[in-house]
Design a protein around this ligand. Structure first.
Ligand SMILES: N[C@@H](CCC(=O)N[C@@H](CS)C(=O)NCC(=O)O)C(=O)O
Length: 209
């Protein structure tokens, strides 16, 4: 019997990244919607993610947190979905997935919180400066149709989600290359079904509130 796959999320969170990835794999899973008002910091859930944050997945006895790790784990665990990298895609796949989880996430969050790296300190910051990160990301999404090459992989779920959120919330520069890449990677049934499920979960939460 297949191991049970449980998805802990909140539809108004980065959990949407993991939901997209789950829908891309096409494997069955159950969703546990976590409220931000207590459940997420309760002992039961802290046993899953001591950070008290979503998303997380439990697959049998394995727990995975961190959106990028969830995307990579699901891609490797369910190879039939063909979302893990081929040998020739591996370098770009890991490079840009880690770039998005590290430098991009930090640069965007710091800027949204009003923090700017002092120019004389950019050597200390792993992301250098927000401008460097934007220019680098623009090159990355313009070099090949998808982030790891000529086909869609789990790295596009992760990088595409960052770009989608960033363009939506105005935290990533509105550059044509970002919009073009986003249109390419989101034109998929998995993206649409994930959004429909999260929109439905969001409505249900609002009705209950
Ligand atoms: N680095 C984590 C970030 C997760 C995260 O910050 N989740 C937020 C929602 S987007 C959260 O659960 N916040 C609730 C809290 O901290 O109480 C990831 O990539 O999965």
């Amino acid at each position: 019997m297949a191991d049970e796959l449980v998805f802990y999320t909140n539809p108004m969170s980065r959990g949407r990244i993991a939901r997209w990835m789950l829908e891309e794999t096409g494997v069955p899973y159950t969703s546990e919607i976590m409220g931000f008002d207590g459940a997420i910091k309760a002992p039961d859930y802290l046993a899953v993610n001591p950070m008290g944050k979503v998303p997380a997945i439990r697959h049998g006895k394995t727990i995975v947190t961190e959106c990028a790790a969830i995307c990579a784990y699901l891609a490797e665990t369910f190879p039939d979905a063909r979302l893990a990298p081929l040998p020739e895609e591996r370098g770009s796949y890991y490079r840009w997935m880690f770039f998005a989880a590290g430098p991009l996430e930090a640069a965007v969050t710091n800027r949204a919180l009003g923090f700017q790296t002092p120019p004389d300190k950019s050597r200390m910051a792993g992301y250098g400066s927000y401008a460097d990160v934007m220019d680098t990301l623009e090159k990355a999404v313009s070099t090949t149709p998808f982030i790891a090459g000529n086909r869609f992989t789990a790295a596009d779920v992760y990088v595409g989600s960052h770009i989608g959120w960033g363009l939506g919330f105005g935290t990533i520069d509105k550059r044509p290359a970002f919009a073009d890449y986003l249109a390419r990677v989101t034109d998929r049934p998995g993206y649409k079904s994930a959004n429909a499920l999260d929109d439905e979960a969001m409505m249900a939460m609002r009705e209950r509130a």
